[in-house]
Ligand binder design. Structure first.
Ligand SMILES: CC(C)(COP(=O)(O)OP(=O)(O)OC[C@H]1O[C@@H](n2cnc3c(N)ncnc32)[C@H](O)[C@@H]1OP(=O)(O)O)[C@@H](O)C(=O)NCCC(=O)NCCS
Length: 158
């Protein structure tokens, strides 16, 4: 499935996924609508209806990853990795590094971000409605990792 832009036509599905993925901390309709119109905002997803989406804000040289979510039935299939990659590609012309907050108990998200090169750099106490701290993660560079050049054969095939 290819990554596409997310817009107002996806609002109902996003609210459904927000509820499934974040419960009491789900974004409200007006919070989502605000992201559609934000200057520097990037809102991308996969699926019709959406199975996964990511929302970020690239401004004054930095990318703030605001939200990423995958339907519970579609997890561990690489969808979050796919939309994350697309977000970095879209933000790269406008941002050098990234940052985000994640709830201290969100082991899946922490593992996901660390795998993609995000580095924990700080903590915001009582950041969430339930009193949990946030861990602040930073992505040092939005440039894709350089892939090593393919090995050249040292002897010719017979
Ligand atoms: C975190 C989340 C976005 C990951 O989505 P996903 O599509 O399942 O992620 P991917 O399939 O791309 O996973 C990539 C890697 O992340 C890590 N990861 C993902 N889910 C994990 C889990 N439940 N436990 C441990 N590691 C996990 C793994 O390293 C995984 O690689 P692997 O499957 O080869 O082991 C998804 O679990 C989700 O929507 N969670 C609820 C919303 C949320 O917490 N968002 C983050 C807010 S900060």
């Amino acid at each position: 499935m290819s990554v596409r832009e997310v817009g107002p036509q996806d609002l109902a599905r996003i609210l459904e996924l927000e509820e499934l993925c974040f419960g009491a901390e789900a974004w409200t309709s007006s919070m989502v609508a605000e992201e559609f119109g934000r200057s520097g905002g990037i809102f991308l997803g996969v699926g019709h209806p959406l199975d996964a989406y990511v929302c970020g804000w690239a401004i004054v040289g930095e990318l703030h990853l605001l939200q990423i979510a995958v339907h519970p039935d579609a997890r561990r299939r690489g969808l979050a990795t796919q939309v994350h990659e697309a977000l970095l590609r879209a933000a790269a012309p406008h941002a050098e590094y990234g940052w985000l907050e994640v709830k201290v108990g969100n082991a899946a998200a922490i593992s996901f971000y660390e795998r993609l090169g995000w580095v924990p750099t700080g903590r915001r106490p009582c950041y969430y409605a339930d009193g949990s701290d946030a861990i602040v993660f930073r992505l040092p560079s939005l440039a894709p990792p350089t892939t090593p050049a393919p090995k050249t054969a040292t002897s010719s095939p017979r």
